[in-house]
Design a protein around this ligand. Structure first.
Ligand code: VGL
Ligand code: ZN
Length: 205
């Protein structure tokens, strides 16, 4: 059983958004097209309270992209983004959500960030995604979305550790930082993750 997991294709990560990924909207038609090939389609949604500690605005004198320690973990401070209930947190209007069976929200705990759709960055709490996938008999998990070097990468990497065959669809993900993305893909493959192109995905389905 194979599942497609669409990571954080939200307004704030697309052009015009608070934490925009350049060309982040260009992957959406391809993601929509791909969905019909999967029996199970899921999505993750970055979903922060306004007082989230990953926001620079919640630290006196700090600017976005500065680095701090949060609960002993390295934390990049971000512009306010994906605040619960705002337009920026909504899925991009062009993303077809009809086939999406469940949405896994993350980043709700003010004290810790959550790049992966499986766990927070300290691996303290699970979102339940592993249990959901296992209960549905999923063996192979395919990931795409935004941002390629951050939430797509960390989610796909955790999928390997959770015992799934994990595929990262390279052309249907867009990174915030291209150099970080190249490093991330290399690390993903070293850990036996499989980087695929949507045009060649049929041989894996
Ligand atoms: C993300 C930074 C902060 C992502 C989420 O979805 O890649 N990046 N929050
Ligand atoms: Zn976030």
């Amino acid at each position: 059983m194979k599942a497609l997991i669409i990571v954080d294709v939200q307004n704030d990560f697309t052009p015009g958004g608070a934490l925009e990924v350049e060309f982040g909207d260009r992957i959406i038609p391809g993601i929509n097209e791909l969905q019909s090939k999967f029996d199970l389609v899921l999505a993750t949604q970055d979903w922060h309270p306004a007082n989230h500690k990953s926001f620079a605005s919640n630290h006196e004198g700090k600017q976005p992209y500065e680095k701090i320690k949060l609960k002993m973990l390295d934390q990049v401070l971000w512009p306010d983004h994906c605040v619960q209930g705002t337009k920026g947190a909504e899925f991009h209007p062009d993303l077809n959500m009809n086939k999406v069976a469940a949405i896994f929200r993350k980043g709700m705990d003010t004290e810790i960030d959550s790049y992966s759709g499986f766990f927070d960055n300290g691996r303290r709490k699970s979102t339940g995604l592993t249990g959901y996938l296992k209960e549905h008999g999923v063996t192979d998990a395919f990931f795409c979305g935004l941002a390629g070097d951050i939430c797509v990468f960390f989610t796909a990497k955790d999928a390997i550790e959770e015992g799934f065959r994990s595929y990262l669809i390279q052309d249907l993900s867009q990174p915030l930082d291209h150099k970080a993305y190249a490093n991330a893909l290399e690390e993903f493959e070293k850990r036996r993750g499989i980087v695929v192109n949507s045009q060649k995905i049929d041989s894996f389905l």
